[in-house]
Ligand binder design. Structure first.
Ligand code: ASP
Length: 332
């Protein structure tokens, strides 16, 4: 008896069709994608469902809440794991959200394609086959949400898209991938670390959180505008390990009196410093004046974590604890 795997199609390039010279768009349903990969029949009993047919930027957090419900129902109904096919542009964000809100042991595997089916060497079919292999793989239980692209397995907490069109676009920061595929076998090198889930009501409207970046010579006026526009939190991507000009720092500190302001690095990688530089606008100054460090989460992931925490009704102390705990996990 083959394990049952539920495939949920969200859209993206993996679902694209059209003519190469006129551009493609997501239009293939889940059944069409699954039927195009006959090898799937040797790996799992696949149940395919077209959940959305969207380009990545149109996927919303409520879509992901609904998807999380559907994945839980599929697992409760006997699926060994779930696969989500998705546009690659926001794949890392959807993976991060699902990893935070699902507490399932069953593997949840997101995948997509960098080369659409009108191009030579489309990668969607191979990625889908590998994703189903991983979803059906017993030892992958308990590892949370993962991303499969280009024969590699990434943990949702680390994965980032770092290229626009190269099939090797996905990377996993300092740790590297969780595993790989070879000759059809799944190889897992290790578990990704503690889970850090957020209990959030799936019918709640997501709290708006702005993501801003500091740039050379900018005066930081968007910080106030973000508050005027009704954002309930701000993630600011600072230079290097957490630095801003002193005049931007003052604006950030002012904002932090009203809403949580989380600082990440605009480099997109590496850990925010906590005790290295001490000038006005340095990490020591900003942390002492009320900002919250994102640890090693990049701006995109820090924004999603803050969104989920605010949506769950977390107060200032709980938000600070959640970000601190993310960096230095409290013993379980
Ligand atoms: N380039 C995208 C993709 O790979 C388009 C999208 O993300 O929807 O799927």
């Amino acid at each position: 008896m083959l394990p049952k795997v539920s495939v949920f199609a969200m859209g993206g390039t993996i679902a694209a069709s059209g003519r190469a010279e006129r551009g493609v768009k997501p239009s293939l349903g889940a059944d069409a994608m699954v039927d195009a990969v006959p090898q799937l029949a040797e790996v799992a009993a696949v149940e395919a469902r077209t959940f959305r047919l969207l380009p990545s930027p149109e996927v919303t957090i409520p879509d992901l809440f609904e998807l999380a419900d559907a994945i839980e129902r599929a697992v409760a109904g006997g699926a060994a794991g779930a696969v989500v096919t998705h546009g690659t542009d926001t794949l890392e964000e959807s993976a991060f959200v699902l990893d935070r809100i699902l507490s399932l042991d069953a593997p949840v595997v997101l995948t997509g394609a960098m080369r659409n089916p009108t191009l030579a060497g489309p990668d969607g079919p191979a990625n889908l086959l590998n994703a189903v292999r991983l979803a059906a793989h017993g030892p992958a239980r308990g590892m949370g949400a993962m991303v499969v692209m280009n024969d590699l397995i990434h943990a949702a907490r680390f994965v980032q898209k770092g290229e626009t069109s190269n099939p090797a676009a996905f990377r996993s920061g300092p740790m590297g991938p969780l595993g790989w595929f070879a000759e059809g076998a799944v190889r897992l090198a290790g578990p990704p670390g503690p889970r850090h889930t957020v209990q959030v009501a799936r019918d709640a409207a997501p709290a708006p959180v702005a993501l801003l970046t500091v740039t050379l010579g900018d005066d930081g006026r968007l910080i106030e505008r973000a508050l005027e526009a009704g954002y309930r939190g701000i993630v600011i991507e600072l230079t290097g390990g957490g630095h801003a000009a002193h005049w931007v720092a003052d604006r950030l500190v002012e904002a932090a009196r009203r809403v949580p302001v989380v600082m990440a690095s605009r480099t997109g990688a590496g850990e925010m410093l906590r005790r290295t530089y001490d000038f006005k606008g340095s990490e020591i100054d900003l942390l002492a004046r009320g900002l919250i460090g994102a640890g090693w989460l990049d701006g995109l992931k820090a924004r999603l974590l803050l969104t989920l925490l605010l949506t769950a009704g977390a107060d200032d102390a709980a938000i600070r604890e959640a970000f601190a705990n993310w960096l230095d996990p409290a013993p379980e």
